[in-house]
Each structure stands twice: as C-alpha cells, then as structure tokens.
Design a protein around this ligand. Structure first.
Ligand code: PHE
Length: 341
C-alpha cells in the first residue's frame, strides 16, 4: 500500500504539473481526490490492513492528500495569474492609435436667428415670454376681437380639441398679448416666440406647424411712430445697416390701424427678382396699434394707455437671414444641411 500511495503521489504531481488550464487541473483533482478518485480507492482498502500497519499508512495517506491539495492550490494560483496576464495583454490600449472623432451637434439655424432676435429685443428692454401651444379659443380669438363667425375660426383652418371649439392648438402667438395684459403690470414690453399651428399643406413656404414671434408694447403716449422706429432698428440689426422697410395698410381684428411691413429684397436690392417674385420687397410681418376694445377687454383704459403689437414668422426670418430657399429644410433636420451653419 505504501508503494501504491507513493505512485499515486508521483502520478498526481505529474498530472498537476502538466495541467495547461483550469479544466485540466479540475480533471486531475477529480481523478485523484474525487469521491470516486484514485486516492479514495486506495483508502478504502485501509480496512484490510492489520491494526499495526494502519496508523503509519493513515499518516502517509494524509500526507499524500495534503501534498496533492497543496500542489493543486499552487497550480491554480499560477494558472489564474497566467490567465490574467493574457487578458491584460489582449485588452491593452494602444494610446498611439488615432481616436475616433466625436462630432458635437450645434444650434439649429432657426434658433441661431431667434437668439439674435431675442438679444436685440432684450437690449431694448423687452421681456421674453413663453406660453402654451394648447390654447383657449377665447384667448386665441374672442379676446382678440375675432368673435363667433370670424373666418379665421373655421374648422378647416384650425386644429380644435373639442367639438365645441373651445380648446385648440394656437393659430398665432397673439393670445400671448392677452396673457401678458392679464398677468404683467403696466407698462409692458414683451416678445413671445413659439410654435403655432394651422391646417396648411406642406410646401416650400407652408407647414402645419411653424414659429412666430409676437411683440407688444403698452405704455402711455405710445404711437405708430414708435412701432416703425423700433421695427426699423430691429431690421437693421438683423439684416444690416441701411436695410429699407415699407409699411402697407392691412387688416387684423385686434389692431387698428393695422399694417404689414415689407423689407427690401436681399437678393436684388429692390430691383425685382425671382426671390421677391419681381416685387423688390418681401413681406416680413403684421403689426398695428392695439385695438382699444382689446385693451378694454383686458381691463386697461385705452384713454390712458396705448400700445402696438407685431407678429412675424420665425422660419421666414431665419430663411432670409441665412438665405435658405425652402421651408422644409428647416424641419427635415438633414445634418448635411444643418452642418452648414
Ligand atoms: N397674429 C397675426 C398673424 O398671425 C400677426 C399680428 C400680430 C398682426 C400682432 C398684428 C399684430 O398673422
């Protein structure tokens, strides 16, 4: 038996030394030390030994087991270290390889134009307001002098939420005039940019969703001259010194008198070209003196206070600012287009 045990020890140490990986090592462990292993098999024969022989053989068997266990533990540590070494080698980062370029996004051209517009107005003491896109028809229409039956309230033009047409997607930013009158102390100078919605088909100049910038001033002794002076100053800052404007009479229910402002065509300088459809002028915005009845409905005395308001399309303004010729480019968000700004 002694011989058997010594052979086993030698065989086990050889198998452990040869183990090239964890799996080999585990196989060796099972083969020698497992329940059905070779050492266990030898130990089963202990019973056949005489009582004198047993203690010495028992001691030897324990020694052999201890030697095997120790050898396995050491081999395991070595194999693990080697595996780690290999892994580190494989995963090493070569800091000399050129990195992948991270492309950062940037501001959309329409928002670049809006930021310029905000800066200009803030510089003149205006507050920038934000308002809801889901609006009460009362504020979008009634409080702006467009009562029941006004053509702009038609279902074919407006996105209503309710059968009774009381809640809608605002069709203009002008309800922000009313919200400002209802909430801000007088005098007021504000602009209110935001999205508006109309049932229009998409083409080069139309979209069912677009942006407007509303502007309003209410103070004492405010006149149409202030409106013209302010808008001229804004246009010069936006489009360059000496840019000519033209005011034409128009109609809006909530301003009286009302006008539209045109700006001289940036392409042809007023001679007439395809961009301005031969006119020499491009329509920029609607404006006017706030109707006394609109002031009254907001509880503001039109004999003491007067004001003006304007509203313009932001996409159009940005298109003119950056010489973009198709409205759809603003919304498609094709990076090849956006990268140009
Ligand atoms: N809300 C008007 C429109 O959408 C523009 C406007 C605003 C006109 C303020 C006058 C005063 O056409």
């Amino acid at each position: 038996m002694k011989q058997q045990l010594e052979q086993l020890r030698a065989a086990a140490l050889a198998a452990i030394a040869q183990a090239g990986g964890m799996e080999d090592l585990e196989n060796a462990r099972v083969r020698f030390l497992g329940k059905k292993g070779e050492l266990t098999a030898v130990l089963r024969q202990m019973g056949k030994l005489s009582p004198d022989e047993r203690p010495a053989m028992g001691q030897l068997a324990n020694e052999v087991r201890a030697v095997m266990e120790k050898a396995i533990d050491e081999a395991r540590i070595e194999l693990e270290a080697a595996a780690l070494e290999r892994k580190l080698k494989n995963e090493a980062v070569d800091v000399t390889v050129p990195g992948e370029k991270v492309t950062l996004g940037h501001k959309h051209p329409m928002y670049i134009a809006l930021d310029e517009i905000k800066d200009i107005f803030v510089g003149m003491g205006f507050t920038v307001l934000d308002g809801p896109e889901v609006e009460l028809a009362e504020l979008n229409f009634d409080r702006l002098n467009a009562g029941e039956g006004h053509p702009s309230r038609d279902w074919s033009d407006t996105f209503y939420f309710k059968e009774d047409s009381s809640v809608m997607l605002r069709s203009q930013t002008s309800p922000m005039q009313v919200r400002a009158m209802d909430t801000l102390p007088l005098p007021i100078r504000m602009i209110a940019p935001g999205r508006v919605y109309r049932k229009d088909e998409v083409d080069a100049t139309h979209s069912p969703m677009f942006h407007q910038v509303e502007g309003m001033v209410i103070d004492k002794n405010v006149t149409m001259a202030d409106l013209k002076g302010t808008l001229n100053a804004v246009v010069e800052q936006l489009y360059g010194k000496g840019t000519q404007t033209r005011f034409r009479p128009h109609h809006f229910p909530f301003t009286e008198p009302s006008c539209e402002m045109d700006v001289q065509c940036h392409k042809c300088g007023g001679k007439g070209c395809p961009t301005c459809k031969g006119e020499g002028w491009i329509e920029l915005l609607g404006a006017g003196m706030i109707h006394p009845h609109v002031l009254e409905m907001a509880g503001i005395d039109p004999n003491v206070w007067s004001g003006w308001a304007f509203g313009f399309g932001l996409e159009r303004t940005a298109m003119r600012r950056f010489k973009i010729d198709d409205l759809r480019l603003i919304f498609e968000n094709d990076v090849r287009f956006l990268e140009q700004f």
